[in-house]
Ligand binder design. Structure first.
Ligand code: FE2
Length: 262
């Protein structure tokens, strides 16, 4: 059994390599719950797309609209402490997708890419973390990551990348923190089983989300009773643009935008 690194160790590894693996964060029971809810979410999005012949097949676009367990992950300190250290307590979800790979397929992540188009020296606008719901192996598409490449604006050549990149091989229940500026590539799943993971891309609290999560949460009908204040804040409920003077002049605790701008 591996020893889980402290947040300080994780942050130091992340600063040096652009990624850091933290094993043993989620229990087998939590992994099983997330995995079965993800299977249902993939089915729901396949129904939306009317089939499997689309580029992102297997990638659920906004996980937290599909099941309560995805919402609760957002309030989990073992996930969020490192993120908040990097981009502040007011950080919110930019995107919350799955990074699942169907059997015998890859997906759009196969190209060598970064997850954030901006490179601002000395300042992170985004922070990322993958939560592994299956063991990541070389056979089922464990992500390729080029260590230390988070400071490089230009893409490396494919030859250089694949000669020097490391694989994120780790057991189910692990986290893989990934600087969104590190050059990486999804592998290919050469097995006959799905390989499941969910991925958070978090952004500063003053930035726009990829999709309007508070509105999508209202529309999806998921019961948010008892959801932690932290999870609500991460979904962006305290970072919305007021739609009227009435909304703007509400008392602070009722305002749609009531968090500091870090
Ligand atoms: Fe990516």
């Amino acid at each position: 059994m591996s020893v889980r690194p402290t947040d300080e160790e994780t942050l130091a590894t992340l600063a040096r390599d652009g990624y850091a693996i933290v094993p043993g964060v989620f229990s087998p029971a939590t992994v099983a719950q997330l995995r079965s809810d993800l299977d249902r979410a993939i089915d729901a999005e396949r129904a939306y797309h009317k089939g499997t012949d689309y580029r992102d097949f297997g990638m659920v676009m906004v996980c937290c609209t599909h099941a309560r367990c995805f919402v609760d992950v957002l309030g989990e300190p073992r996930v969020m402490n490192v993120i908040e250290h990097l981009i502040g307590e007011s950080s919110i979800v930019y995107a919350f997708t799955s990074s699942s790979m169907p059997p015998g397929r890859s997906n759009y992540s196969y190209r060598v890419h970064v997850d954030c188009p901006r490179l601002v020296p000395g300042y992170d606008t985004n922070a990322g973390v993958m939560m592994l719901l299956d063991d990541f192996t070389e056979e089922n598409g464990a992500t390729w990551i080029l260590p230390g490449s988070q400071h490089t604006k230009e893409a490396p050549s494919e030859e250089y990348f694949f000669a020097n990149a490391k694989r994120a091989v780790a057991p189910a229940g692990s986290l893989v923190y990934l600087n969104p500026r590190v050059w990486h590539s999804g592998g290919k799943n050469d097995t006959d089983r799905w390989r499941h993971a969910i991925t958070l891309n978090m952004c500063r609290g003053y930035m726009k989300q990829r999709l309007d999560i508070p509105k999508m949460m209202a529309a999806c009908g998921l019961d948010l009773t008892g959801v932690s204040a932290k999870a609500m804040q991460k979904m962006g409920f305290h970072a919305q643009v007021p739609e009227s003077l009435d909304e703007y002049y509400q008392p602070p605790e009722k305002r749609k935008f009531r968090q500091s701008n870090e």
